[in-house]
Every structure is written in structure tokens, then in C-alpha cells.
Write a protein that binds this ligand. Sequence first.
Ligand code: PMV
Length: 326
Amino acid sequence: MSAARSVTAVAHANIALAKYWGKADTAANMPAVPSLSLTLAALRSTTTVSADPALDADEVTLDGAVATGRARERVVRLLDELRALARSTVRLCVRSHNDFPTAAGLASSASGFAALALAGAHALGTPLAPAKLSAVARRASASAARSLFGGFVVLRLGADAAEPVLDAAAWPLAMVIAVTASGPKSVSSTDGMGHTRATSPYYPAWVAAAPALFDEVERAVRERDLEKLGAASEQSALMMHASMLAARPALVYLSPVTLRAMERVRALRSAGTPAFYTMDAGPHVKVLCEAAAAEGVAEALRSLEGVERVLVSGIGPAAQLVEAGS
Ligand code: PMV
């Protein structure tokens, strides 16, 4: 190969409705529970990978800044796996950009690693099937396995890769994201999961209860029953947070603003708008509702004290290549 081959991929973030929290196998990055997510159209990572024989080390730039330490290592580890599959030793130049605020603690690793797996495989001249790419992305970040696919996506217990269960076009739902101003400094999900597993007496209860809740969430998606989906997904989020709250010391991602937003969602529901909250490893509140109700839900959240901004997203597509050159 003489010239650098440059490939760009786009992948969308996803929000879990049946949560993943806890690893069954840390080395293999295998989740202890099954999960189901919704891919979001409005939150995208764009990643360009160039295979350059002139480089003697990988170069990684994330949102304009050169990555170092753990962030760089996670990217290089994924590239090493792709190089092994491609039987190549060529070094790669990676530039990745998120079109949503990474600092706000929204799920940027999922879309970032999904786009990296897709662009990296093509840059190495080894286009892999989506399931194979999903497995590669899972080893970097389990939620990233789900961002290879669009619509509603599952990562089953013990599965190497995620799989789509319902197309984006099949059910026009929306997610309204309230970015909350304050909140504790975020503990990474890997550290948080390890700490919960090691110290929370509620962790075994969470792992035992999660599969049945996942089944309920998956059934509600297949039946397109928003009330059932919302009720089960709220319980999944709350049970996950209960396991964290019982850790020692407690892992508290929720802030007073989070609780106010949850209360507002309950009030919307009492007033007749089906809307359901979920929270991840941060204080932000993501609200699932019908696409037609999204603007009203966004307005109700915007007026809350402590809500910094509100994003509205429809359901997003699978990760895609946007450019392939040589
Ligand atoms: O895949 P990770 O390490 O980014 O962990 C994701 C954990 C949650 O976002 C809290 C839940 C989930 O299923 O996405």
C-alpha cells in the first residue's frame, strides 16, 4: 500500500431501556445482564481512520484534542484487534468528533467506538459483517456493541454481539434529553460497575432480577406497547441506581435536578402524556415519549430550574460509512 487509505464512519449514541450495569467477565468485557437500547438520531460521532504506512505509532485525536492515557489505550486496543483480524501491522490515524456535548456526560463512548470499529475495519481493507464489528466494539465498551445498529437493539446475556429487534421506522418514538447543570463529578462506568459489584449488597439482587425485566422490555417493544415499555424501563433504571446507591461508599449519579425532572415526568403522566424517564451514569434525564408529544415534554423540562439545555431526538439508523477513499 503506498498512499494512506482514509475512511469515515458515522454512528449514533444509544440509550438503554433495559440497563447494562456490571460485568460477568472483566477481561472479555462480557456484561452480567442483558440490555436493550434505542439508537438516537440526534447524537452522532463521526470518525475518520487513515491507514498510513509512514506512521510508526497510532495517532488518536478526540474532539480536536490528542488522546493520552486510558482514553488512547482503549482506542489502540480496538485497533490492535482489527489489525489482528486484517493480518496487518499498519499504524492508523484516528480523528473522532461528537456533535453533542461530551463534557455533559452523555453516552459518547458507545457511538465513538461503534464508528471507530466500522471506519477502522474499512481503512484496513477488511470490511467485517455488522455482527463482527459489534463484537469488536463490545470489547471496548459493551454499550458500543448496540450502536452498530439502528432502532431498538438488544445485547443478550452471554452474546458476543448485539442484534436489532425493531426498525427505527416501525415505531415513531422520541427521546427528550434534559442536560442538567449540576451533578457529581462522573465516575466512569467501568469503575462504577466494578465498585458496585465489589461493595453493594444489592448487586446480586440486580443481576438476578435484570433478565426478567429485560424480557418485559423486549416484549413491550415487540408489541409496541409504550405504557408497558415505559413502566419496565423506569424500573430497570431505578433498580440499577439502587444497586449503585447501596455501594460503599455510595455511587450517587443522581442530582437534585435529576429528581426534579423525574417528578416533572410523573406530573406529565398524571396529566395524560405518556412519558417515561431513564438515567445512566450521570445526572441527565432522558425521557421516552411519542414523537408527537416530544415538543411538549421538552417545554416542560426546559422550564425546570437547573436544566441547562434540552435535546430532542428521534430514533436513529445503523452506523454507516460516509466516505471511502484511497
Ligand atoms: O458500555 P459502558 O461501559 O459505557 O456502560 C454503559 C452503562 C450505562 O450507560 C449506564 C447503561 C447502558 O446499558 O448503556
